[in-house]
Design a protein around this ligand. Structure first.
Ligand code: HEM
Length: 381
């Protein structure tokens, strides 16, 4: 996920879409324009774009200079980033305990604490070495002012522009330096720098690196926060695997909740006619709560995750542009939950339970309290 296509920043958008879905079904238009799709079959057709009805699109590779291409370079970045992260995650398992202690124990304010935890965890994978000592601080600023839930609204436009200019400038200089080195990439910045050399300006490569920063720190952090939010409120019945909890969190609260696609030609979606230039929005939040596909769709039921992959579940997109980091994100969040729940009992306090809707669907601000299981057992005795 990147900041390429930004849904209208309106707190009531989610509520409005839910109302229209309940009244009009899984294909509807809203007054501000555009067709919204909540039917899983149509959603997959749109995202897969096999017939070329839509302008070729990937949020991830979208930059201010246009979409980074050709497709082979996108695929190389996706593959090499996944391989580098898989190795990194395997060799970093021993760090999870310490990160949980320092970021979440004994109580923490989420979702921010989850994003900071993931930023610390992934730091060596994102940037193993650097020539400018100012670059790590600039990336920390990007997390603080662009990744955290609501960060964009908290900053003025000129402050964000300044931050962006500084981060882009430092990243471009580092990418130029990386391209002079030989040998395989040691980190994600190296992956992007080498895959895009010598065809792309370093500024554009830097923006794609920021997509990786948003994915690792933002999306994975929000998924961790949603899982903790739900686990802290519902003790799952019996021996439900944590993998089911993570999937149920993603079903109820898909971080990537709205995908915009622009029509390239006239075509039909069910009874609706779409004209060239019109935007069609796939709402995975509604797909995941479609009552024809999910019994009791609004209820947290991790026990529903036993069998085959359900048709109405697309939290990582669909088709050729589906997320290359899906499996490793699920595995990492599951592992973090294991570290936390093995040792701690969780409780959650929240004032306003409404989610934060922006480019990503983030949890509301809540306080997570952890008490050691032994401590709690003692109290109970
Ligand atoms: C919970 C975490 C994550 C979520 C919810 C998520 C979600 C998504 C979604 C929905 C897309 C499709 C975007 C579109 O069709 O426009 C996507 C694409 C992508 N994601 Fe993720 N992502 C996550 C984590 C990651 C991580 C950790 C990586 C690092 C390897 C990653 C790498 C990518 C790449 C490279 C693409 C572009 C695929 C392509 O167009 O070929 N994602 N992600």
């Amino acid at each position: 996920m990147s900041n390429a296509w930004v849904p209208p920043l309106d707190d009531r958008l989610l509520e409005l879409l839910e109302t229209r879905f309940a009244e009009d079904g899984d294909l509807f238009t809203v007054a501000s324009g555009g067709l919204y799709v909540a039917d899983p079959w149509h959603a997959k057709q749109i995202l897969a774009n096999a017939e070329g009805h839509y302008v070729e699109h990937s949020d991830f590779f979208h930059t201010s200079a246009g979409v980074l291409g050709p497709r082979e370079i996108q695929q190389r970045i996706g593959r090499e980033a996944r391989e580098l992260l898989a190795g990194f995650i395997q060799s970093s398992a021993g760090r999870l305990d310490g990160l949980v202690e320092s970021h979440l124990w004994p109580s923490s304010r989420l979702p921010d604490a989850a994003n900071h935890l993931l930023a610390d965890y992934f730091r060596p994978a994102l940037l193993a070495t650097h020539t400018s000592s100012r670059l790590p601080a600039a990336l920390t600023d990007v997390v603080k002012h662009a990744v955290l839930a609501g960060a964009r609204e908290r900053r003025r436009r000129w402050q964000r522009a300044l931050l962006r200019r500084r981060a882009h400038g430092l990243l471009a200089a580092e990418i130029v330096a990386r391209r002079r080195e030989s040998g395989p990439a040691a980190d994600l910045l190296g992956v992007v720098a080498l895959a895009t050399a010598p065809t792309h300006p370093p500024e554009q490569a830097g923006e794609v690196f920021l997509s990786l920063l948003f994915a690792t720190t933002g999306s994975v952090g929000f998924l961790l926060a949603w899982s903790l939010f739900l686990l802290g409120q519902h003790e799952p019945p019996g021996q439900i695997p944590l993998s089911a909890t993570v999937r149920e969190a993603l079903r109820l609260w898909p971080v990537a909740w709205l995908f915009g696609r622009v029509a390239a030609r006239r075509h039909r979606i069910g009874p609706a006619v779409v004209e060239p230039g019109e935007t069609v929005s796939v709402c995975t939040y509604l797909v995941h709560r479609h009552p024809a596909h999910w019994p009791e769709p609004n209820t947290f039921q991790p026990q529903r995750w036993g069998g085959a992959n359900p048709a109405a579940f697309l939290p990582f997109g669909w088709g050729p542009h589906a997320c290359t980091g899906a499996a490793l994100s699920l595995g990492l969040v599951e592992e973090l939950l294991r570290v936390i729940t093995d040792r701690y009992h969780l409780s959650v306090a929240v004032d306003d339970p409404r989610p934060h809707t922006g480019p990503a669907l983030a949890p509301p601000e809540f306080v997570l309290s952890l008490s050691t299981r032994a401590q709690r057992g003692g109290e109970e005795r």
